[in-house]
Write a protein that binds this ligand. Structure first.
Ligand code: M6R
Length: 613
């Protein structure tokens, strides 16, 4: 969460930094700020609100000559952790003497102790942030060598950070450091770039250098000098980014979320590409780097994730049990680290994360590794921390997901995990014929999703009714239970309607008390195996006068007599029924949020990538 952007070179820095911040806004957007070096002095502009408001303030406060002159700048778009989203709390923050300024992603965990100590020594602070404390701390060590001061200060800091620091009198360097929060560097034709996310700088360079934890670096117009926090030179490889920057633009859609919902057929095709072996009826997942014997020796699978990725894992658990005969434990990543989990050397731990930067999932990966488990990952963002630290895994290749509400990542995660289940199944107990049937079902998914998308107007009509509710229930059985939880999550986060996802039978163990005519129920019932039972649950809801919107497999007519409205989706094998259901609940949430006039791509209080625990 939060975005960092910096530039030092021969072009005016202000416009380059503002453009980069705009691309990062999806990571945090409650306040923004910019710091530049001009004529040996620092100038800072900060504002509550979006990057657009910052750009307006910059145009008002800084003369055109100043904006043209400054050749080094750092900027930040914030998602508040310490202190409200005010001008005072926005970054950059200055040190006590105003000689350096700092932007920061992450959390300094011991900031209160540091702040108390500095206050005793006479420092006073203008904000409630942990970041300002770090700026003051670096200032304490600063005697003209910025790199040295940063290294010295970081030795006193606990927590996670990605930082960029600019000093007055140093118009040709930015010092950056990383521990737990990503920093990527790049050289372009006119200078050097700093960002927390490659998306910010990819229009200017494709050659990226990712910092590792405990790295610091001095970034000059002509080069990048990476060191350890002990100031020893280290070498980091140049990664050539291979995705197209237009993929990170809206392409004619009103919102990124809508674009990402509609590009799922293509995203699923990319996740599938080259990964099915139609002769052997298995999946080819080279990045897993495991022999059939090693796969056979796995005694338990532990799936770690948060949010939407957690729901994808809960769906996939059924596939691993059914296809691969593997006991599966799906863990909320934030809990895993703190409850001393039992991990055996024969366990395979798979971390699932769209961004690959989710702090809770990353911490859980490290805990699993500490306990000696074999760890793999399923990530979308290539080169992300979880992908790199797990060392083996599968990339989704779904393209950049910008909308805060995760959509295409979910369906691609379910597919990638299903392919893993198929591969494991073929190494354990599945026949070639059973494997071939799975391959055919996976290959058909892009077409299935296309058919559901064609029904978007019908979903929109239901969304119009849901948009009037204050509370909504989603129910489902089997793989449609996590799909129901995903539906509730989507609706909550972008339309601000309170929603709950329940196992359909569980409703009568308490929550049914809340049902009444203005509390709609969305029943995901497109798994014919459990349709009869879910129909019974729908009856129970109707008996309490709750409107019921049912999603059923094509040709199933029994729901017509029970539900308020019925939507038919293509019939799928039960293990894949969550895919068409997911498209419906994504569209429902989108259109409900649209009807309520909500900020769809940047919902309140949220950020795309949650890099704090
Ligand atoms: O990047 P990750 O998949 O690790 O993110 C996990 C969650 O933060 C994320 O899925 C979140 O729940 C989404 N905003 C849901 O739409």
């Amino acid at each position: 969460m939060c975005g960092i952007m910096g530039y030092v070179g021969s072009e005016p820095a202000v416009d380059i930094v503002l453009a980069g911040l705009k691309r990062l806004e999806y990571r945090g957007y409650d306040s923004a700020g910019l710091g530049i070096v001009d004529d040996g002095r620092l100038a800072i502009c900060k504002t509550p609100g979006r990057v657009k408001a910052l750009a307006d303030d910059v145009a008002k406060c800084w003369a055109p000559e100043l904006r043209q002159r400054a050749l080094a700048g750092i900027g930040h778009t914030r998602w508040a952790t310490h202190g409200a989203p005010t001008r005072e709390n926005a970054h950059p923050h200055l040190d006590a003497k105003g000689r350096l300024c700092l932007v920061h992603n992450g959390i300094i965990e011991n900031f209160q102790a540091l702040r108390a100590r500095l206050e005793q020594e006479g420092h006073s602070f203008l904000s409630q942030t942990d970041t300002e404390v770090l700026a003051h701390l670096i200032g304490e060590f600063y005697e003209g060598d910025l790199l040295r001061a940063v290294c010295a200060a970081l030795k006193h800091v606990e927590g996670a950070f990605g930082i960029a620091v600019l000093a007055a009198g140093k118009p040709d360097e930015i010092v950056v450091a990383r521990r737990g929060s990503p920093i990527v560097l790049g050289l372009c034709e006119t200078g050097a770039l700093v960002a927390s996310d490659a998306a910010a700088i990819m229009s200017l360079t494709r050659n990226l250098v990712y910092l590792e934890d405990h790295d610091v670096a001095v970034v000059h117009p002509g080069g990048i000098d990476v060191r350890s926090v002990d100031n020893v030179p280290v070498s980091r490889p140049v990664t050539v980014a291979d995705w197209d920057t237009t993929a990170a633009e809206k392409g004619g859609y009103a919102h990124f979320m809508l674009k990402e919902i509609f590009e799922q057929p293509e995203a699923l095709t990319n996740t599938l590409r080259g990964r099915l072996d139609p002769r052997e009826g298995t999946a080819v997942l080279g990045g897993l780097d495991m022999t059939p014997r090693e796969i056979n020796e796995i005694s338990r699978l532990v799936l770690l994730a948060c949010g939407t990725s957690l729901h994808a894992c809960q769906v996939a658990a059924y596939a691993f049990e059914e296809l691969a005969d593997l006991p599966v434990c799906v863990e909320q990543a934030a809990e895993f680290r703190y409850r001393n989990p039992i991990v055996r050397s024969t366990d395979l731990v798979v971390a699932v994360s769209q961004s690959g930067e989710t702090a809770d999932t990353l911490a859980a990966v490290r805990e699993a590794q500490r306990k000696g488990a074999r760890v793999a990952s399923i990530c979308n963002v290539v080169g992300s921390s979880i992908a790199r630290e797990s060392g083996r895994g599968v990339y989704l290749h779904a393209g950049p997901e910008i909308g805060v509400a995760s959509t295409k990542a979910f369906t691609c995660q379910v597919l990638a995990l299903s392919m893993m289940a198929l591969k494991f199944g073929r190494c354990r107990r599945l026949t070639r014929e059973q494997g071939l049937a799975c391959c055919q079902a996976y290959e058909a998914l892009p077409g299935v999703v296309r058919q559901v998308l064609e029904q978007h107007e019908a979903v929109r009509a239901i969304a119009g009714e849901i948009a009037r509710a204050n509370h909504v229930f989603y129910i489902g059985r089997g793989t449609l239970h996590p799909a129901a939880m995903e539906g509730a999550l989507k609706l909550k986060e972008i339309s601000y309607i309170h929603a709950e996802g329940y196992q359909a039978a569980e409703l009568k163990h308490g929550p049914i008390a809340l049902l009444q005519p203005d509390v709609p129920v969305v029943a995901l019932a497109n798994d014919p195996r459990s349709l009869d039972k879910t129909l019974g649950n729908m009856q129970e809801c109707r008996a309490r006068q709750a409107p019921v919107y049912a999603v059923v497999a094509a040709g199933e007519t029994a729901a017509n007599a029970v539900a308020t409205r019925v939507l038919e989706v293509p019939r799928q094998p039960p293990l894949l029924a969550s895919i068409p259901a997911a498209i419906v609940v994504q569209l429902l949430a989108y259109y409900a949020a649209l009807a309520r006039g909500c900020e769809i791509d940047q919902p309140r209080n949220l950020a795309k990538s949650v890099t704090v625990e």
